[in-house]
Design a protein around this ligand. Structure first.
Ligand code: ANZ
Ligand code: ZN
Length: 867
């Protein structure tokens, strides 16, 4: 077919690939492996452009590594438990399971239509009992080791989602999903002791050299190690002390009040105003406005014997340190604001090294300085003072040095239906009894009525909760909460190592495939998912399942897919389709164009992948998303860009069809192959070429054919662009350049034809990871057999790939002042930079003002300087 019929081509090859099991992979100990993983999607209904981008990046890497000769594991699955399924059930009356599995069906088909090279035999669906059984198994292992425990605590509660949120899921005091203000609620909950691994999780950040620095910084801050001291402040009139945690013992002489968290066990005893206490407990934590109540009681500063009032304040967290603090308003901004608000004295005990503080202070002085008003410690620099005071406190038995982590244990209980049942039974006689391993999985019952109220739906399903105690056999009750779905995604990458019907923890296979060599996903998971996955990996290591410490060698966080939004005065936000020539298609009003930002349903600045594929084909969509920006940068959607990508592929198609008839007929012999730097099969092959010394010198004498040099250069550039930080955008630009250069070329002699065939053949291989369907189609068109994915990645000859050099002439005020050798084809911008950086040019300019710089045709730069 002379026309680029992408629809037929794409369906045809997708079917062929599946039929021929092209993407199925098994272990092969004689070969090096490469595990390429993209974050699995939540089956929300449809794939969006963010997915397309994520998976296209992964697919190029997987295909490239495979062509480089590695065994590539490239799996996909579904993060299938979660709230939206339940909400859909409440809203539309469909069962969460039905909703979820239908979405999976639809989305799987979309992924296949994107030409993604997944081994579907490994598909993971977290809501299936075969999968969540292992969530339960891991939970039991954690329980055995004391790493899963139950406690009553205040939890973040989203009244709108009617569920508990992990601290990680609360952003600026609001629910990460629906942005409702989060409240505090007391609940019995199951916790996983991630804090037991805090130090290792922190330390191993240093080993993750293949991770973006900003993700590591977020993880380190999240773990939040801080070194300080715990100090006991005796409470006046009570035979008890108030233990506080501070990182600034050097400020202890400046304490003017103490603060307890509203949840502190002493709060009830110290505070008589129960109503005020009740009120403060409802308040938001980590608040904008600091609120407090004075208890009427005093504590004694153990260092100077001063009496300081005890307050209860909403900014003190029960979960951090000891839940109580010594407040030093002169040197802590939060304390300062609180003191100003409530008229508490402010006492300076640190002053700047070389100046005085003017009092009263306008704000806290938080920097290092010199201790003053601090008894025998006065005069010490505060950094030394920290240590000196801490040592003194320890020596006098007033407290001890401690390390605190901001990281808190992971509360996993959710009052939800669509999740993994927690495998625990409560018996009146035996207490908490874990479900025996042999009884796993504890199956989520299908018959359920969902109300969306804050209680676990399973509480009302008698056939579920009614059970026998595994220990004494008496009537008992099952736990009716389910697990946070982040449990599911904390180990799914291990499950992919074996096939669906195989052992979930197949040690040999895990040893072969793990760790993941390249993980690709969104930056939004920088702390939540990525920290939990690291935690689980360490737990699985300690259980003896996985023989390594870290799950993800390299991490790529891809940028967002962005687009401008459109707004009509009548119809509010409009989909791009609803705008024609700047007008709303419904009412004709002019639309306002909003700024370029992340595609989102609420702003309607979205492009549906299905529609794009329908209109332009998958290869175009892939090439556009990969070409428009480097993977880690944000990408702006542009219809001209998509048109451009499409035009490029049409041009490739036309190029091949201009030559396919004769190309098919040509055979290249071994000796001919070596003279153009390739093997008989047509691959560029430096080894072969380099070993035949005489031929090298021959070809160095005669000028190299520009086509040979072009293809070697293209192979080199594309390969290096992929190897170096996956710069697919420039790699594709090279391929476009190649097509431009050869488009009008007509090989005449037999020799030229052979060279040209060689070039075209290699070009198609280079194109194939980006646009696999058209590459496969054209591969057959030029008479090749087999799948292009099974071809080895071409290598290049350094000598042949060398740039053609030209002389760049630099004139200053009309006189030639320097001549510089540069590669041909540089842009004006590049030659200007080279010219201005040249030593000779600098000498001639000699600090004079440059009035004008005029680049000419890539080979001359005129500089005009003031005299
Ligand atoms: C006295 C002091 C004086 C403090 C000063 C700071 C500056 P990081 O670095 O995050 O560990 N703090 C301790 N426990 C707290 C809690 N449960 N809720 C809220 N704040 C708490 O912070 C440690 C500091 O945070 C501690 O040191 C304490 O205030 C406060 F000039 O003690 B500091
Ligand atoms: Zn029992």
């Amino acid at each position: 077919n002379q026309n680029y019929d992408f629809k037929n081509i794409e369906t045809k090859w997708q079917n062929e690939w599946l039929k021929n099991k092209l993407f199925e992979v098994n272990e092969d100990s004689s070969k090096q492996k490469f595990y390429c993983l993209e974050m699995f999607p939540y089956p929300s209904g449809r794939i969006h452009m963010g997915h397309v981008r994520n998976y296209a990046i992964g697919d190029v890497i997987a295909r490239y590594k495979r062509m480089k000769g590695l065994k590539v594991l490239h799996p996909m699955g579904w993060d299938a438990f979660g709230l939206p399924a339940e909400n859909a059930a409440i809203k539309h009356g469909v069962h969460p399971a039905k909703w979820t599995y239908e979405n999976i069906d639809y989305m799987k088909n979309q992924l296949i239509k994107l030409g993604l090279s997944y081994d579907w035999r490994r598909e993971v669906t977290t809501c299936s009992p075969e999968y969540y059984k292992w969530n339960q198994w891991i939970f039991l292992k954690l329980y055995e080791r004391g790493l899963a425990y139950r406690k009553s605590s205040f939890v973040n509660w989203c009244p709108s989602c009617a569920t508990v949120l992990a601290n990680e899921q609360v952003i600026d005091g609001a629910c990460w999903r629906c942005e409702t203000q989060v409240e505090q609620k007391e609940l019995e909950q199951w916790f996983l002791k991630i804090t037991a691994y805090a130090e290792e999780l922190l330390k191993d950040c240093d080993r993750l050299t293949g991770w973006p620095e900003k993700v590591l910084t977020m993880q380190r801050n999240w773990i939040g190690k801080s070194e300080g001291v715990e100090v006991d402040f005796p409470i006046e009139g009570l035979n008890e002390a108030l233990r506080i945690f501070t990182t600034r013992p050097d400020t202890i002489f400046g304490v003017t009040f103490m603060c307890l968290s509203p949840e502190h066990p002493l709060a009830d005893r110290l505070c008589e105003d129960k109503e005020a206490l009740r009120r403060i407990r409802q308040l938001q934590r980590e608040p904008e406005i600091k609120e407090g109540i004075f208890t009427g009681k005093y504590a004694i500063n153990p260092l100077n014997g001063e009496r300081v009032p005890i307050w209860i304040a909403n900014f003190v967290l029960m979960e951090y340190g000891t839940g109580a603090i010594m407040s030093v308003p002169a040197h802590d901004q939060r304390d300062f604001e609180f003191a100003v608000r409530y008229g508490i004295p402010i006492k300076v005990v640190i002053k700047p090294k070389d100046s005085e503080l003017s009092e009263p202070l306008n704000e806290a002085f938080e920097d290092e300085g010199v201790m003053v008003n601090s008894g025998e410690f006065s005069g010490l620099p505060s950094s030394e003072g920290k240590k000196a005071v801490a040592d003194y406190i320890e020596k006098k038995g007033l407290g001890k040095k401690t390390i605190n982590y901001r990281l808190r244990d992971w509360g996993i209980s959710r009052q939800r239906y669509w999740g993994t049942p927690i495998p625990i039974i409560y018996c009146e006689k035996c207490g908490i009894v874990p479900v025996p391993e042999k009884d796993l999985p504890v199956i989520l019952p299908e018959n359920i009525s969902l109300t969306g109220k804050g209680e676990s739906p399973l509480k009302y399903v008698e056939e579920f909760y009614k059970t026998k105690c595994p220990r004494c056999g008496k009537e008992a009750r099952r736990e009716t909460d389910t697990m946070d779905t982040f449990v599911d995604s904390s180990w799914y990458f291990v499950r992919y190592c074996s096939l669906q019907n195989e052992d979930a923890f197949h040690k040999e296979k895990i040893k072969y495939w793990m760790p993941v060599d390249q993980y690709i996903g969104g930056i939004e998971h920088a702390v939540l998912h990525l920290l939990y996955a690291r935690f689980f990996t360490k737990v699985l290591r300690d259980i003896g399942i996985v023989p390594f410490d870290e799950p993800f060698e390299r991490l790529l966080t891809q940028g967002m897919v962005c687009m401008e939004s459109y707004r009509c005065p009548e119809h509010d936000y409009l989909f791009p389709k609803e705008v024609k020539d700047g007008k709303c298609i419904h009412c004709g009003s002019s639309v306002t164009v909003g700024r370029v930002e992340k595609m989102s349903k609420s702003k309607k600045n979205i492009i549906d992948p299905d529609e794009m594929i329908e209109q332009y084909g998958t290869d175009t969509v892939r090439v556009f998303t990969l070409f428009a920006a480097p993977p880690e940068k944000d990408l702006e959607w542009s219809s001209q860009g998509v048109e451009g990508a499409h035009r490029f592929l049409k041009r490739v198609y036309a190029l091949i069809f201009k030559h396919n008839k004769w190309i098919r007929e040509i055979h290249i012999s071994e000796s001919e192959a070596s003279s153009i730097g390739m093997t008989e099969e047509g691959h560029a092959e430096p080894a072969f070429y380099c070993h035949s010394e005489p031929k090298r010198s021959e070809s160095e004498e005669s000028p190299i054919s520009p086509i040979i040099s072009l293809i070697h250069r293209t192979i080199k550039r594309v390969t290096l662009d992929i190897e170096k930080e996956y710069q697919f955008n420039t790699a594709i630009a090279r391929l476009m350049e190649f097509v431009n250069e050869v488009y009008g070329y007509e090989p005449k002699t037999e020799e030229e034809r052979k060279v040209f065939k060689f070039a075209i053949r290699n070009f198609l291989i280079l194109l194939s990871p980006f646009a696999p369907h058209i590459a496969e189609e054209l591969w057959r068109e030029i008479g090749e057999e087999g799948f292009i994915l099974n071809e080895p990645w071409p290598t290049y000859d350094e000598a042949l790939a060398r740039e053609q050099m030209i002389e760049l002439v630099v004139q200053i005020n009309g006189k030639v002042r320097s001549k510089i050798m540069i590669p041909q084809g540089m842009s004006d911008e590049e030659i200007v930079k080279i010219a201005l950086d040249d030593e000779k040019v600098k000498q001639w300019v000699n600090g004079k003002e440059i009035l004008k710089v005029i680049p000419v045709k890539g080979k001359l730069v005129n500089i005009v300087v003031a005299n």
